[in-house]
Ligand binder design. Structure first.
Ligand code: RB5
Length: 147
């Protein structure tokens, strides 16, 4: 699968680990940065990944910051994006099964890098269930652009 990957300084090391894990398991990864632990602004990377997913340059996105929260907030401003902060197996699987999340967000100050990589792989393996969940996701989509 083609995956757009980004992080800020807080997520940099976990992002490096995640990129290598994803490549080792056969995924094509487009790493939009950041490239070091020097302080930077998470929305810059969230928006790059979100736009890549929204325009279908990538099938899924992955974002790591300190908590995952700022990344998700920024990514969800882009139409077509459903970014979810995933903290464990349950939230990761439900974000796919019920919410059809297309961007996985995690916090490197919340979870160890190895755990983030494990959950990211689980996210990629988990399918959307559709059915009644599709109707609910469509209501989110319909709300885009309205205030
Ligand atoms: C950076 O200090 C931190 O605010 C950022 O990584 C992220 O946690 C924001 O949501």
């Amino acid at each position: 699968m083609k995956i757009a990957l980004g992080a800020d300084h807080a997520g940099f090391e976990a992002k490096e680990r995640l990129r290598e894990r994803l490549r080792a398991t056969g995924h094509e990864v487009v790493d939009v940065g950041t490239r070091s632990t020097e302080s930077c602004d998470y929305p810059d990377f969230a928006l790059k990944v979100a736009r890549a997913v929204a325009d279908r340059t990538a099938e899924r996105g992955m974002l790591v910051c300190g908590t995952g929260i700022g990344m998700a907030m920024a990514a969800n401003k882009v139409a077509g994006i459903r970014a979810a902060v995933c903290t464990d197996e349950f939230t990761t699987q439900m974000s796919r099964r019920h919410n059809d999340a297309n961007i996985f967000c995690a916090g490197a100050r919340v979870l160890p890098a190895e755990r983030i990589a494990f959950l990211a792989e689980l996210f990629l393996k988990t399918e959307f269930e559709g059915g009644r969940h599709l109707r609910r996701v469509q209501k989110i989509t319909e709300a885009e652009g309205r205030s």
